[in-house]
Design a protein around this ligand. Structure first.
Ligand code: GDP
Ligand code: MG
Length: 669
């Protein structure tokens, strides 16, 4: 059987999903971390699956992640719903519950975060609330793994017995009751014909639905008029418009239920603590400086202290291994072409890219701590005002921060934006946030041209990227994306100490992704580059790469980059290779200079001046996102033309900026 896991954002759905299935999806103390759905088998219940869905506040969807959830429930018809509610916030969470009840699908309510409720001296009368809502209710604590077995058993039993919610009428008398009654009478047969609960159809008719659902009911003109008449009559009698009347009915019902069953504890310790921290961190004057200080600290720790130290250690070990293998192959008398492939190709390319792994993992560590503590949500809030000036809202800020890690999840995270305009604009701007795959490029060039000042170089590049992003946003706001961003509403979660497990898992996941990329895309790119660079046009093995096939191709493209200060064919080639994955820029340079990445700090000064090196860094910072990111953009924008425009546009911007930097730099010298 299939169970849909449905609940508000940040109610603990993913934590519960992990507890139910024993898997390790990413949990974040941030609304909107889950933007796609994912199914997994329930532990100890063979053949039963649960689907983790994005969080929603109502079945009337506004953003595309909410549509994912609604469509799943309505179209896939799960055998049961596990409705997870944050018990420390029960009134708001029950609003969704009431709508789920209308669907007439076997439903269990899992009251999560019971540990916090109990800790603050609150109680909830489970038997009574279950009776009032007409569905089984199970108290759980997803993080503490409490009540999970009970929940599984209850959910499976409920679905197996096809036990439908028994309460569907939330106001037993009055004008609204009469209205529901008469509309219900009209749609009864139609709803039955398409296999949808009558009560749900009534609600959709009252609130007016734009998803084509009403059309599917196949009501005659006459019937539609009849329904409209009942609704207008109710509006007049009630003195409220239809949506207000609907909301009012739901809230009064919830109020009654809570009055009878919930004893509130004292204001939670977590809340009080959060408010105290917020007085400092989101304080009007201090908030922005604090945020910038935090970011600088993170970059400094990553690129100046911890990450760079670990990377150096790792690159030394890889060099040792390479020379060991080299000597082994020499002694064995291996064919020189194969030896060259292994040493000059694979070790020089993939091997040395791998040495940047620690930098990337450390950066992800800090980003995930920002997110898990709840600080990121505050930053979005603080940034809202600034972003509004650019025609964006605070919500857009989160995908951008994620973009420092990788553009692919960042672009996917834009699904939490409810307006199409805001979403598109954010997608276009995310690639300006320098992703972690570019770190090897920056690191190698800092070492070669600005030894000892890599943290400064990195920070300037990141800020430079944001700066160009801001200019682009201003331009877009005045041209293609005229209009106002939607108002920013986001619930601020309490600050929490990040869970050790969740942080370690995330780091492990990122390390795995990176290694996978190193040994697939980058390996392939390296081998292709090595091959094209080691053979000439008659496929003779050549020691002189100047005569190689690659040199011939590279020379064709190189003139494009000559005005930027780097007309060497090897550089042009590395930029092309970087389209497969940004790390390939460095691995390609390593292969083509013949000495590997670790020797680049010695070989690069022969190819670049300091000014052209800066121009090259600016170009790599801004030029087209890698193929994986482009594919994601294409999927999210659903337009080939617009995607092509992004790629071309970014290359143009990169070229112009690099040209400006190079010209200015050359004049100043
Ligand atoms: P989702 O957005 O609904 O998927 O929620 P998540 O699973 O990402 O959890 C949101 C936050 O609530 C995380 O910081 C969790 O650690 C925390 N959380 C989840 N379940 C519980 C619980 O039972 N008790 C407490 N105290 N915290 C929880
Ligand atoms: Mg989630």
């Amino acid at each position: 059987m299939i169970f849909a896991l449905v609940g508000n954002q940040n109610s603990g759905k993913t934590t519960l999903y992990n507890a139910l299935t024993g898997s390790n999806r990413h949990v974040g103390n941030f609304p909107g971390v889950t933007v796609d759905s994912k199914a997994g088998e329930i532990r100890g219940a063979k053949g039963h699956f649960v689907v983790d869905l994005p969080g929603i506040y109502s079945i009337r969807p506004y953003s595309s992640e909410e549509i994912v959830t609604r469509d799943f429930i309505i179209n896939e018809k799960p055998d049961g719903i596990i409705n997870i509610a944050d018990a420390s916030n029960i009134e708001r969470n029950l609003y969704l519950t009431l709508q789920l009840l209308e669907l007439q699908i076997p439903t269990v309510l899992a009251l999560n975060m019971m540990d916090e409720v109990r800790g603050n001296g609150g109680t909830i009368d489970i038997a009574a609330i279950s009776k009032l809502l007409g569905i089984p209710v199970v108290p759980v604590s997803a993080v503490k793994n409490e009540g999970i077995t009970e929940l599984i058993k209850t959910a499976v039993d409920t679905a197996r017995n096809r036990a439908l919610p028994t309460v569907t009428d939330f106001c037993p008398s009055g004008p609204f009751h009469r209205c529901i009654h008469s509309v219900s009478h009209v749609v009864e047969d139609h709803a039955q014909r398409i296999g949808i609960s009558r009560r749900y159809a009534v609600t959709k008719l009252i609130e007016g639905d734009d998803s084509g659902f009403i059309g599917r009911l196949g009501l005659s003109q006459n019937e539609l008029e009849l329904i409209e008449h009942s609704i207008v009559e109710m509006e007049n009698e009630r003195g409220l418009d239809r949506n207000a009347a609907l909301a009012d009915m739901r809230y009064s019902f919830i109020e009654d239920v809570c009055r009878l069953t919930v004893v509130k504890g004292r204001v939670s310790r977590e809340r009080l603590r959060s408010e105290k921290i917020d007085r400092l961190l989101t304080n009007k004057t201090a908030a922005l400086p604090i945020f910038f200080a935090v970011m600088v600290l993170i970059f400094w720790l990553t690129f100046g202290v911890i990450g760079s130290f670990l990377s150096d250690l790792m690159s030394r070990d890889i060099d040792l291994l390479a020379s060991f293998v080299d000597r082994g192959l020499e002694r064995y008398g291996m064919n020189p072409a194969v030896q060259s492939l292994v040493i000059d190709g694979i070790f020089a390319g993939v091997g040395s890219v791998v040495s940047f792994l620690p930098l990337i993992v450390v950066l992800f560590f800090f980003l995930s701590v920002l997110e898990d503590t709840g600080y990121m949500a505050r930053v979005a809030f603080v940034m809202d005002k600034l972003l509004r000036g650019l025609g964006l809202s605070g919500r857009s800020f989160v995908p951008m921060i994620i973009g420092f890690g990788c553009s692919v999840p960042a672009i996917m995270a834009t699904r939490t934006l409810s307006s199409e305009r805001d979403r598109k604009m954010t997608i276009l701007l995310t690639p300006f946030m320098s992703c972690s795959a570019k770190i090897p490029i920056y690191a190698v060039f800092s070492a070669a041209f600005f030894p000892g000042r890599s943290a400064l170089v990195m920070t300037s590049l990141y800020i430079g990227g944001m700066f160009v992003g801001v200019l682009t946003a201003m331009l877009l706001n005045k041209t293609a994306f005229r209009g106002k961003p939607v108002p920013f509403v986001m619930e601020l979660p309490n600050y929490r100490i990040p869970s050790f497990k969740s942080v370690v898992l995330l780091m492990w996941e990122k390390a795995r992704d990176f290694l996978r990329k190193a040994f697939t895309v980058i390996l392939l790119a390296t081998i292709v580059i090595w091959f094209l660079g080691a053979f000439d046009s008659r496929l003779n093995f050549t020691e002189n790469s100047q005569e190689s096939l690659l040199a011939a191709i590279g020379r064709l493209i190189a003139p494009v980059f000559r005005p930027l200060g780097f007309g060497d064919w090897r550089i042009a080639t590395s930029l092309i290779a970087g389209f497969s994955a940004k790390e390939a820029v460095v691995s390609t340079l390593g292969v083509l200079t013949g000495a590997g990445v670790s020797a680049l700090d010695a070989t690069l000064p022969g190819m670049f001046t300091t000014v052209s090196a800066v121009s090259f860094l600016v170009f790599t910072l801004l030029y087209t996102p890698c193929i994986a990111a482009v594919a994601t953009i294409r999927r999210e924008l659903r337009s080939r033309l617009e995607t092509a425009a992004v790629v071309v546009g970014q290359c143009l911007i990169a070229w112009v900026c690099a040209y400006a930097v190079y010209t200015a730099g050359s004049l100043l010298r």
